[in-house]
Design a protein around this ligand. Structure first.
Ligand code: PDD
Length: 276
């Protein structure tokens, strides 16, 4: 496997980072996961724009133009002969002796490498289970930060319960999943949480809403309560790696007769069409 380390493409075992990299010590950095379909990174521009925004929000200033970064990522995809799979990329603030505060002149450190293709087809066809958990994260969930401690804690909880995802609840309101956005369908209307500081504005979420607009399908960007989640006709999640993923059971309660509902299937098909 070939890895992009700053501006060099190296073999996996040659790519080394400093022990005083602030990404390693503090989770002081930002990241993205991009899907590759037939050698082409899907919505790469949007992912890089979000990466730049996340970096800016935590005061990491990137000198390189987004287009240049995109070009280097395309080279990495080529160097790995990638057809399907993902691309992980992270930018840390840089290397500095361990103090909480930092020097504004640090050089941000970039690492990017391929993620192997994992089929989600069975899960998409049959649907997955979820559990609910309290949303105890910080209040800047709009930043795609390397700090994923609470996200991994609740994902692990889901995994140990034999579920695919944890759906997070803050003050009774469904925010998002530990690594996904959550949607419900009630009486034919799709609903999802507004893109504010309480959720990550998923690229898949945005793409799906674009598809909704293009087809004239009704939706509401409106918070909903846990009770509304549990009384929904259909529930699904979206993310880069899962695309549109039906949720058929939450905390042991079954939805839409334990199979993906008609609206979810329609959105899934429309999304698949868009990535072709
Ligand atoms: N997760 N919300 C959170 C908290 C996420 O971590 C993610 C993505 C999403 C969906 O965003 P997108 O549609 O842009 O992938 C929502 C990535 C895939 C991850 O951490 O692996």
């Amino acid at each position: 496997m070939k890895v992009l380390l700053n501006d060099e493409i190296l073999e996996r075992n040659e790519a080394k980072v400093d022990i005083e990299d602030r990404g390693y010590q503090f989770g002081d950095g930002v990241y993205e996961v991009v899907n590759i379909y037939d050698g082409v990174p899907f919505t790469l521009k949007e992912h890089i724009a979000r990466l730049y925004r996340s970096a800016k929000e935590i005061g990491i200033l990137l000198n390189e133009q987004p287009e240049q970064l995109c070009n280097r990522l395309l080279e990495l995809i080529k160097a790995n002969n990638m057809t399907n799979g993902g691309l992980y990329l992270q930018i840390s603030r840089g290397v500095f002796n361990r103090t909480h505060h930092y020097d504004q002149t640090l050089t941000p450190q970039l690492v990017a490498y391929p993620l192997p293709y994992k089929s989600v087809q069975d899960a998409q066809t049959n649907g997955v289970e979820a559990i609910t958990a309290e949303d105890l994260r910080w209040l800047r969930c709009d930043i795609k930060s390397l700090n994923l401690l609470y996200n991994i804690m609740v994902k692990q909880k889901a995994s140990e319960a034999g579920a695919f995802e944890s759906i997070l609840i803050r003050d009774g309101i469904v925010t998002e999943g530990s690594s996904s956005n959550i949607f419900i369908v009630k009486d034919g209307i799709l609903r999802t949480h507004p893109a504010n500081n309480l959720i990550l504005n998923g690229i898949t979420r945005r793409k799906l809403l674009e598809i909704m607009d293009a087809n004239g399908w009704d939706y509401k960007i409106q918070p909903f309560h846990k009770e509304e989640l549990m009384e929904a006709d259909e529930v699904f999640l979206t993310s880069t790696t899962s695309e549109v993923m039906p949720i058929i059971k939450i905390d042991g309660v079954t939805f839409s007769q334990a199979k993906p509902g008609p609206y979810t299937s329609k959105f899934q098909a429309a999304f698949r069409e868009a990535v072709k």
